[in-house]
Write a protein that binds this ligand. Structure first.
Ligand SMILES: Cc1cc2nc3c(=O)[nH]c(=O)nc-3n(C[C@H](O)[C@H](O)[C@H](O)COP(=O)(O)O)c2cc1C
Length: 354
């Protein structure tokens, strides 16, 4: 049994993880993933306004789940926080973390590195180490810094294909994950630090991507974009359909600041951008439309409901380069189970050919 199966005993191998997509991954999506033997994260993001009620909903919905109802030490979902919101967010989040003891917190995008240290210490303190520390990183340097200072239980290694926010300057997981693995293995040996588990994020849409990530050295597979096309994702139907319809993600998505500017979510540190499907807001900005006019049209589009999404419409559709592999809406439990089983089948069949 590896550390992840030990820490999250209801999960099955290989571990499938639902990314903490802010305002999208709420109780329904996170619990459905955990019920299917994965680990679902709630996307609290940068505020805690609804966190307590979401965690209550998780508690209610796991009460009769055969694989979760007997998990006593922790709540069998994680919670993701966007740490540029700083110490204020930590202070607001701690009482809920202490009360509900999520299985893990997932920390991302601090403004100051020191904030991660404080988050890790405080969460461990109030939960007596029961809530594990996951930190999402996008570079080798960042992985080293975080491992030395926070000794996380898990490093989420995020590559450039990832949907939503990530580093503008980044490598794909095929190059990034093995380099992080080698560097962290050496570091942990020389500094006698317990090596964190590595999980891969960015571009994993089906069993093939999952099998590849496992081969690279990942102990778990993070899915964001794939779960957008599940009924449990808290998004408009128009958004879900836009994800299913988009193809050729290297061409049809881009990591940019434009979508944040149009939505008014401009607090992200400069090195981050949000990857989303290209649409008319993007085309018009490229043709020189003023931001004021673009924003006016964006606000108009907000009133049009499901019509507002798609490549010939204007609303932000955060999604990764793997969108072209997302071809149908499917329940989150089925996605989780299929990913796990397909990865195993592919790995067995690949090794049998050697
Ligand atoms: C719509 C969307 C919203 C996201 N929101 C967050 C977030 O709030 N916090 C976070 O740490 N990561 C967030 N991410 C990034 C994911 O954690 C993860 O790195 C990414 O989804 C993995 O790549 P994939 O989309 O190709 O599966 C988001 C991703 C998407 C697609």
């Amino acid at each position: 049994m590896d550390d992840l199966q030990h820490d999250y005993p209801w999960t099955k191998n290989p571990l499938v993880i639902g990314a903490p997509m802010r305002l999208i991954a709420l109780a329904a999506l996170a619990t459905e993933i955990s019920k299917a033997g994965g680990l679902g994260f709630i996307g609290a993001g940068s505020d805690t306004a609804n966190l307590q009620s979401i965690l209550e909903e998780v508690k209610r919905s796991i009460a009769d789940a055969p694989n979760l109802k007997n998990v006593k030490d922790v709540l069998p979902v994680g919670v993701g926080f966007i740490c540029w919101a700083g110490q204020k967010l930590l202070k607001e989040a701690l009482p809920s973390i202490e009360k509900y003891r999520p299985a893990a917190v997932w920390l991302f995008a601090p403004r100051e590195h020191e904030d991660l240290v404080r988050w890790s210490e405080e969460v461990r303190r109030v939960t007596q180490g029961k809530t594990k520390i996951w930190i999402q990183v996008g570079t080798v340097e960042n992985a080293v810094e975080v491992t030395k200072s926070c000794q996380p239980d898990v490093l989420v290694v995020q590559g450039q294909d990832a949907g939503g926010h990530g580093l503008h300057k980044a490598a794909g997981i095929i190059a990034l994950l093995p380099e992080v693995d080698d560097t962290i293995t050496a570091l942990c040996k020389t500094e006698t630090i317990k090596k964190p588990a590595l999980v891969a994020a960015g571009g994993i849409m089906d069993g093939r991507g999952a099998a590849a990530a496992l081969t690279l050295g990942a102990s778990g597979l993070v899915l964001g974009t794939r779960y957008l096309a599940s009924p449990e994702a808290n998004i408009a139907e128009g958004y879900r359909q836009a994800v299913v319809e988009a193809t050729d993600g290297g061409q049809m998505t881009e990591r940019t600041k434009l979508y944040d500017q149009l939505r008014g979510t401009t607090d992200w540190p400069d090195e981050y951008g949000g990857r989303g499907v290209l649409n008319e807001s993007h085309t018009d900005a490229g043709k020189g439309m003023t931001f004021e006019e673009n924003k006016r049209l964006y606000d108009e589009a907000m009133k049009t409901g499901d019509e507002g999404w798609g490549k010939n419409a204007r609303l932000t559709t955060y999604a990764g380069t793997g969108v072209g592999l997302v071809r149908e809406v499917k329940g989150a439990a089925a996605i989780t189970e299929e990913m796990r089983e397909d990865a195993k089948t592919i790995l067995r069949s690949t090794s049998s050919k050697l």
